[in-house]
Design a protein. Sequence first.
Length: 140
Amino acid sequence: MRASARGNPGQPKTVSMQTGATATGAVGTTIHQEELTMYLARFSYDVLPSNRQKAVEFIRREAAAARESGLKANLLIPLTRGQDCAALQFEVELKSLDELDAFRQRGVGSEAGTENWMHAFSHILIAPPKVEILRVDGER
């Protein structure tokens, strides 16, 4: 990381770093960094209790494919759920919305493999999956 400093004598100096972060030095220093936007895509699946284990296997395969692609992914199994709530959920962290499109295209292997997986999974779904795309609040 390379930095260069600018400023007049007696004034705060602004330091620009090659990483894109900026810092201002003086008494009561504040540091501003570029916010990294992160998204979560959450897929909610409704299945009959008799198909739950088979659905878990499909979603585990999807999560494994996401992890192989370098994404962080989890199968979420609700311990409680209200009426009209999904039986199972899959969540994947994304750095950009383009990653979602790319993952949905190649998903579980090749394009043909993804199509076969989606087709087989759709046979045990009660309704089409619900998809939520959330932006993670970077406020600390």
